[in-house]
Design a binder for this molecule. Structure first.
Ligand SMILES: C[S@@+](CC[C@H](N)C(=O)[O-])C[C@H]1O[C@@H](n2cnc3c(N)ncnc32)[C@H](O)[C@@H]1O
Length: 344
């Protein structure tokens, strides 16, 4: 029982640590702290002054980070720095799992709403896009995940799709649930002869996407605010390539969106669905094998849609919904059976 008590203490302590990490990311404290080292450590006053914060709060926060094994302190507990080995994770360039902490306070904001979704007569799913902070999170996490988006697209994503030549020649591309358009903007810049459309349900995201488009002076990309449950009629068979990053799992009507996706995909075209790793619906095995990651995935999954119907039947496809495969799943156009999966 002592072990279990310790386990419970770890849960509550790490829960608070996660929220404080999110606070540090939001306030820019980690970024400021990254300017210091063991040889040149920071004081709370110095950091507070740089960021225009209250020193006492900064001190408490730094102390929490030390006790939580995130940063280092001198023997007096008054000077602070990030160790060399942790720096690259904390800066977020390699480790989206650090940036993911920003999601925790937002899940908290949605506590009441998710409780309603659980109820039999409640709404079918969360509608995260209506949370004003959600786009920010998407941005932080995607940026952390892909580091340099251009490098990721060129050296990782596109070679797996095998469509670079076609993009260079000029094709029609659609990004479903494009958010602020990070990927589609970069692709439009890289492939000026191709034509790109990105759409999203969130008007705030589309506003941002349009702002970026204008800043970059791109003529070959268009952004629309619309719901994926119904694509434009005139798009029938229009797109050579349809891409999507972590969007279908957030949709209230993914089955309709998938039907619509296949409707607007050109014969012989490619639908590249990039999404998060799924769970296996066997907690007995997962507890042994994946453990912490499975805990995280199940808990976060509560805020994503759990369809009651089998969406594989709805779209007549295997592996499109029931088990979101890790990384990138390449879905061939309607009429073909094989769906190759590629790890990213
Ligand atoms: C996790 S974000 C991913 C955004 C973007 N693809 C990226 O990688 O940064 C999920 C996106 O799906 C969008 N979304 C959710 N339901 C949608 C729907 N029915 N139609 C269009 N977009 C939707 C949300 O507004 C949100 O921008």
């Amino acid at each position: 029982m002592a072990d279990f008590k310790e386990h419970l203490l770890t849960i509550i302590s790490h829960g608070t640590l996660s929220i404080s990490i999110a606070l540090g990311i939001k306030l820019g404290i980690f970024d400021e702290l990254a300017n210091f080292s063991e040889e040149n450590p920071a004081t709370a006053e110095r950091i507070a002054e740089q960021l225009d914060l209250k020193p006492r709060y900064v001190f408490e926060w730094l102390s929490a980070m030390v006790c939580g094994d995130i940063i280092e302190a001198d023997k007096e507990g008054k000077k602070f720095w990030i160790s060399e080995t942790k720096r690259e994770f904390i800066s977020g360039s390699k480790e989206p799992i650090f940036a993911l902490n920003v999601l925790i306070p937002i899940l908290g904001e949605e506590h009441e709403n998710v409780a309603k979704v659980f109820k039999k007569d409640g709404p079918p799913s969360m509608t995260f896009h209506s949370n004003p902070h959600m786009q920010e999170v998407g941005h932080v996490v995607v940026t952390a995940k892909h580091g340099n988006i251009k490098k990721y697209l060129l050296s990782d994503y596109l070679p797996k799709l095998g469509v670079r030549e076609k993009l260079e020649e000029g094709i029609d591309v659609l990004d479903v649930g494009c958010g602020v358009g990070m990927q589609v903007l970069e692709l439009a810049h890289l492939f000026p002869k191709s034509r790109f459309i990105g759409f999203d349900l969130s008007d705030k995201s589309i506003e941002q996407a349009l702002k970026h488009k204008n800043e970059k002076g791109l003529e070959n990309v268009e952004f629309l605010c619309m719901d994926a449950k119904e694509f434009k009629l005139e798009w029938d068979g229009k797109f050579d390539l349809i891409i999507s990053f972590d969007a279908y799992i957030h949709m209230v009507h993914p089955e309709q969106a998938l039907e619509e996706t296949y409707r607007v995909l050109k014969s012989g075209g490619l639908f590249a669905l990039t999404t998060l790793d799924g769970t296996d619906d066997n907690s007995y095995d997962e507890r042994k094998s994946k453990n912490l990651l499975a805990t995280l995935t199940y808990n976060m999954g509560l805020y994503q849609r759990k369809p009651e119907e089998d969406l594989n039947k709805a779209v007549n496809r295997k592996k499109v919904w029931t088990r979101w495969p890790s990384g990138l799943s390449l879905c061939t156009p309607k009429g073909e059976d094989s769906i190759p999966e590629v790890e990213i």
